[in-house]
Design a protein around this ligand. Structure first.
Ligand code: SIN
Length: 339
């Protein structure tokens, strides 16, 4: 008997199912009709580390399978925003998503929010010690509890703070409504700084900034730039206070139904695409910073050592406050891996 979905199928999910059905009959590699078409949905622009990784994955899979496996990429929350993309994956309305690690907490995996702890990582090599080490594997091994399979991690990079004023000292955050992802750790970070966290979908953020629903936000510069947030934020402060990365996940039933050889091909293509994304993420963020400077819309502030130290001190209590949500064993393992 067919398993009943745990959620009611939204109109968007239904439309996506139709989109997928159409995709199955549409040739994507020359004249060859693919046997399988994987629908990869994400919420950011194409010219971001995630957008480029998805595109590279598509090219590799289609080329290596000789067009037998197709990949359709739906960027910019065309199909789903980050409120519902994981649900769509669980329902089988899409086949791959790459949510930020901050978005797994609300599906019952709060341990992923450890990546959101402010000033946790000194650099991306520290991130790698987690994502490519035993802790990363342990995190991915929790996904089947939600009917998902985790295929790998990759970076966007470090987040910066924006608003219509410089954000250099904790006092600068007082009373600001800051858009955050649905992560309790990030919400606690904003509260520790004296701001009010407002959880919003990524695709609603620019408009919320424009209309004054929120005053500011945080994101790596590639997201800030490609969403044209610079048009509605006068100040960007280069705080590098937190990490934004992703996990690529698929539907467990789909994964189990694929032939072993196809799984292998997909997994290898994905690993290559993720390595590529990690190599270009820094460059993407630097290019976005240059473009931003040239646009001249937004003042860019570099923090001095004292300012950075005071921000770091202000958010220090967050780790303690959120330890029970993330789980003491995760925090201990994290500390061991980083020191
Ligand atoms: C993303 O990069 O996927 C979105 C991040 C956010 O929601 O801020």
């Amino acid at each position: 008997m067919a398993r009943q979905p745990r959620f009611s199928l939204s109109r968007r999910a239904w439309l996506a199912t139709l989109a997928g059905a159409t995709a199955l009959t549409k040739p994507v590699f020359g004249a060859i009709k693919p046997d399988i078409t994987l629908r990869f949905s994400h919420v950011v622009a194409e010219e971001t580390p995630k957008g480029l990784a998805a595109r590279r994955f598509k090219e590799l899979v289609e080329q290596r399978s000789g067009g037998r496996i197709g990949v359709q990429v739906f960027p910019n929350a065309q199909l789903y925003g980050d409120q519902d993309e994981i649900q769509a994956l669980q329902l089988g309305a899409v086949d791959l998503v790459a949510p930020s690690l901050s978005k797994f907490g609300r599906i019952g995996l709060p341990e992923f929010e450890l990546f959101d702890l402010p000033f946790l990582f000194d650099d991306l090599s520290a991130v790698r010690r987690i994502t490519l080490g035993p802790l990363g594997l342990r995190l991915l091994s929790g996904l089947p509890r939600q009917g998902l399979v985790g295929l790998g991690f990759f970076d966007n990079g470090f987040k910066q703070m924006s608003a219509n004023r410089p954000l250099l000292e904790p006092k600068d955050f007082a009373g600001l409504r800051m858009r955050v992802q649905a992560s309790r750790v990030i919400a606690a970070q904003m509260r520790a700084l004296g701001a009010r966290p407002i959880t919003l979908a990524f695709s609603d953020t620019r408009r919320a900034l424009e209309t004054g629903v929120v005053d500011g936000t945080e994101n790596p510069i590639s997201n800030f730039w490609t969403q044209a947030m610079h048009e509605v934020q006068s100040d960007l402060s280069l705080t590098d206070h937190g990490y934004l990365g992703y996990a690529v996940v698929t539907n467990q039933r789909l994964w189990q139904h694929l032939k072993a050889g196809d799984r292998e091909l997909i997994q290898q293509a994905l690993q290559q695409a993720l390595t590529f994304a990690n190599q270009i993420a820094d460059t993407q963020n630097n290019q976005a910073l240059q473009a931003l400077r040239q646009a001249g819309t937004t003042r860019i502030h570099i923090l001095n050592t004292g300012q950075r130290t005071r921000l770091r001190e202000a958010v220090k209590p967050v780790q303690q406050q959120l330890a029970s949500r993330i789980g003491a064993s995760w925090i201990n393992a994290l500390q061991q891996a980083l020191h």
